[in-house]
Ligand binder design. Structure first.
Ligand SMILES: Nc1ncnc2c1ncn2[C@@H]1O[C@H](COP(=O)(O)OP(=O)(O)O)[C@@H](O)[C@H]1O
Ligand SMILES: [Mg+2]
Length: 371
């Protein structure tokens, strides 16, 4: 049943892809025979989402409050949505406000898409998410945490981890702080990298055993208390590149690979969905692990859990739990949804439908002025 849907995001900075779009095709500095790929702007992606929901009968408005709480609350009370499509990932330069904003929807009693505050808060802390996953008996790479607090050890010597390891800022996502240099092969390089990440990001550091195997992403969808549907797997494919020291470069999704269409990393990676050449038993194992992790973390509506397959044991290890993966057309989540036989618009309608159904089932009147 269609409803009034308020799409909320919060982006304060200018979209760099807007500037790229305005400049037109640019040659790659490292290969002038090629031009940088065209990347959709955030405004285009939001317009696509709004168009699809409108085509399915919803009354849709998009609001970007640009860090202004009055605009955010004003949009909720004025538009009086039956459901909010929550695309807010930060507010006021404080990542904690990602889950505080979801808490605001809770207080207003307005149904919204995606995970609730507790799960959003947990997933912002990679080390705590890993602790929950490990305590559930699910496989995740062995790790240590460096707090960065004065007096605490900066690079543990007795860590017991097997090299190579990957060093990541613990409170980020979207590959922030992930570079090829994040993968280190000995204690000296580890200590230097930990100091670098502490200085650069000013937050706890996660040191994790590097799993040099296939990377598979498992998207899931489901609004009720039961098990979500695990969708066909997406595989990240990396080209074989040799570093200046003659050693193969690590195959990882760096920040540049994800976001900078002018970088070399961007073109060293591709995705394939559904993954091919994968045993049905492994797909079933990955789906089962992902669904158990969904329940352990408390995910809702849609999520993506990224894993690596240990080449020695064939066992999937959880790398990353994404409670609010990008829903853009053609993005990893939507590739998986489409591979399951859904359409982009149908998937958005399904996700919004979960929130609308919760609103109908609760029978609770939102704490906002009647329209
Ligand atoms: N333990 C690991 N072993 C191998 N690759 C890893 C490991 N941890 C992270 N990576 C690589 O780095 C990427 C980003 O790490 P991830 O933990 O998913 O951070 P983010 O939340 O920023 O996406 C992963 O998609 C993967 O390619
Ligand atoms: Mg990730």
């Amino acid at each position: 049943m269609p409803g009034r849907v308020l799409i909320l995001n919060n982006i304060v900075e200018d979209d760099p892809y807007e500037q790229d779009r305005a400049r037109g095709p640019q040659p790659l500095s490292w290969d002038p025979t090629r031009t940088a790929s065209d990347v959709s702007t955030i405004a285009e992606e939001l317009a696509d989402i709004a168009r699809e929901l409108t085509a399915r009968g919803h009354t849709v408005e998009i609001v970007n409050p640009r860090d202004d709480l009055g605009v955010l609350t004003g949009a909720i009370t004025r538009f009086a949505p039956d459901a909010i499509m929550n695309l807010v990932e930060n507010f006021g330069d404080d990542p904690a406000h990602e889950y505080h904003v979801a808490g605001l929807y809770e207080l207003y009693g307005v149904p919204y898409t995606g995970a609730r505050p507790a799960a959003l808060a947990l997933c912002q802390r990679k080390h705590r998410t890993k602790a929950v996953i490990a305590a559930t008996g699910l496989p995740t790479a062995r790790y240590r945490v460096v707090s960065g607090r004065p007096g605490d050890e900066h690079a543990p010597r007795e860590h017991g981890l097997r090299f190579p390891v990957i060093v990541k800022p613990a409170l980020t996502d979207a590959s922030v702080g992930i570079e090829l240099a994040s993968v280190v092969r000995d204690q000296a390089a580890l200590e230097a990298r930990v100091v670098h990440v502490l200085e650069e990001h000013k937050m706890p550091v996660l040191i994790e055993e590097y799993i040099d195997g296939r990377e598979l992403h498992c998207a899931m969808i489901g609004g009720g208390p039961g098990a979500p549907e695990a969708l066909p797997l997406l595989e990240m494919e990396f080209s074989d590149e040799i570093g200046p020291d003659g050693i193969a470069l690590p195959k990882i999704i760096t920040y540049d690979a994800k976001w900078d269409q002018h970088s070399r990393d961007f073109y060293a990676m591709d995705s394939r969905c559904p993954a091919i050449d994968i045993a049905p038993a492994l797909v079933a194992r990955i789906h089962a692990v992902a669904i158990r992790a969904w329940h352990a973390v408390g995910l809702r509506d849609y999520a993506r859990i990224d894993m690596r397959i240990d080449p020695a044991t064939g066992e999937p290890f959880i790398l990353d739990v994404n409670p609010n993966p990008d829903l853009a057309d053609g993005g990893a989540f939507m590739q998986c949804a489409v591979a399951s036989g859904r359409t982009f618009g149908g998937t958005l309608d399904e996700i919004v439908g979960f929130a609308l159904a919760r609103g109908r089932a609760s029978g609770r009147r939102p704490m906002i002025a009647p329209r």
